[in-house]
Design a protein around this ligand. Structure first.
Ligand code: GLN
Length: 465
């Protein structure tokens, strides 16, 4: 009830698209009964959680923040949602996002933008003198609703999705821990796809140790997703006194990117020094192809989007236009009315990249570059580096007014510069809040590790916390 009341008090954040009050209270009652009977299901029994609105939830609307799916109710649960239910966790609601997870601000959904809870916190209001309603800052995205839900304490944990940074980016801007697990460790069954070869369910939590518990529950093979892999055997809890003395931390020199704020760069060095002072080795490394990540991601993303979005034809589910003069006209108007211009733009680009005469030049080339990006990481990790330390975002959160004034799409693309490489290579990465900026807004740093070292990343994230 406390969580539900907080959701009501924080309605101005627009973090939730659907609040499942009745379901949450019913599940809470069942959890309470189990507790009283001594038949509790484990650490998540009775714990409220929120889910990004691109995960299927049985009998609960799943909109992808799009007009196309605004009345769509799936008949089944995504595997990760079902696993949380099986543990007795209770669903508070479905969170707001960029339409079909395309974006980095949570400003592009059909139900309005998400406001960062820190916009209304004392540090930001006092330090910047922000008094106007127009001073509020973005939550980051595309899982901005999930990050805002955890940051505003309306939920204990939330699921996001991460294709190019969509869990880590809002995690950093809202000051919560955000894990993008190794590709294939968590099932994508029921996660409405953006880029199937990059998508992973992401975990947003108040602390690294909470994230580790959730990871332990969600990971593992799923017969409904053929890309899943068995989870490495390891205890769920993080070690209490993790020692960083024997760690070798890499600092990729290409990540000193144009647009990186001075303040974020200072924090990056400060934490690197902290590692060194505690006995870790810190070395500069090079990922020469990471520079091409954004261009490469854009081609692969649009190509997969063009294919994935074909299912929204107005026939099987979702919006259907009134126009019925011909089947083609119905398709076209349905898709014109249902998708925003970001989605339509990517479908068009994707179909262009996949044209017979362009396929080799764009799609195949992007796949080759992707391999080079992944090989850079493999080379660095096999040279004795245990993990990389980088910024998560270029700076702290932008004012909504500024973010939307700039060419939104360019800004959105640049924002992913530090996060996309891990998706290209399928590697685990975690964003951890390290401080507040001069404006009183969170700054996060990112750790990227070799495949299956998710737990180790969380242990180090906990050490940073
Ligand atoms: N910002 C990137 C995009 O717009 C990544 C989004 C994501 O990770 N879902 O595609």
């Amino acid at each position: 009830r406390k969580c539900l009341n907080r959701i009501k008090k924080n309605q101005h954040l627009n973090a939730y698209i659907t609040v499942t009050e009745e379901l949450a209270l019913k599940q809470a009652h069942e959890a309470e009964t189990r507790l009283l009977q001594g038949t509790s299901k484990g650490p998540l029994d009775g714990i409220p959680f929120a889910v990004k609105d691109n995960f299927s939830t049985r009998d609960v609307k799943t909109t992808c923040a799009s007009r196309m799916l605004k009345d769509y109710t799936p008949p089944y649960n995504a595997t990760v949602v079902q696993k949380l239910f099986d543990q007795g966790a209770l669903l508070l609601g479905k969170t707001n996002m960029d339409e079909f997870a395309m974006g980095s601000g949570s400003t592009d959904g059909a139900f309005g933008p998400v406001r960062n809870p820190w916009s209304y916190a004392t540090p930001y209001c006092e330090r910047t003198g922000a008094a106007q309603d127009s001073d509020w800052v973005i939550s980051g995205g595309s899982s901005g609703g999930s990050a805002a839900a955890v940051a505003s304490l309306t939920s204990y944990l939330a699921l996001g999705s991460d294709t190019g940074g969509s869990t880590r980016n809002p995690g950093a801007l809202c000051g919560v821990v955000a894990l993008k697990p190794t590709y294939g460790l968590l099932s994508r069954h029921g996660l409405i796809p953006l880029v199937n070869s990059c998508d992973v369910p992401g975990i947003l939590a108040r602390s690294a140790s909470d994230a580790a518990i959730i990871l332990g529950i969600l990971q593992g093979i799923d017969t409904k997703d053929s890309t899943t892999i068995p989870a490495p055997p390891s205890p769920t809890e993080l070690p209490e006194n993790f020692d960083v003395k024997n760690l070798c931390i890499g600092i990729p020199k290409e990540f000193y990117a144009p647009g990186l704020s001075e303040e974020t760069a200072v924090q990056w060095s400060r934490v690197a020094d902290m590692f060194e002072k505690s006995g870790a080795r810190v070395e500069q490394v090079s990922l020469p192809h990471s520079h091409y990540s954004i261009a490469c991601y854009h081609v692969l993303c649009c190509a997969e989007v063009a294919s994935n979005m074909a299912r929204f034809d107005g026939l099987q589910y979702g919006h259907r236009s009134e126009v019925d003069s011909s089947t083609e006209a119905m398709y076209a108007t349905t898709r014109h009315e249902g998708f925003n211009d970001v989605v339509r733009g990517r479908i068009l680009s994707g179909n262009y990249f996949l044209l017979k005469q362009n396929y080799e030049h764009y799609f195949v080339k992007a796949q080759r570059v992707r391999r080079l990006i992944a090989d850079d990481f493999n080379r660095v990790f096999s040279s004795g580096i245990h993990m990389l330390l980088t910024p998560t975002t270029l700076s702290d959160a932008a004012r909504y007014a500024d973010f939307t004034q700039e060419d939104n799409r360019t800004r959105s693309t640049q924002e992913d510069i530090f996060t996309v490489p891990a998706n290209m290579a399928g590697l685990p990465a975690v964003s951890v809040p390290v401080t507040l900026s001069r404006r009183g807004l969170p700054i996060g740093l990112q750790l990227i590790g070799p495949a299956f070292r998710d737990k180790k990343l969380l242990s180090v994230a906990q050490w940073i916390e």
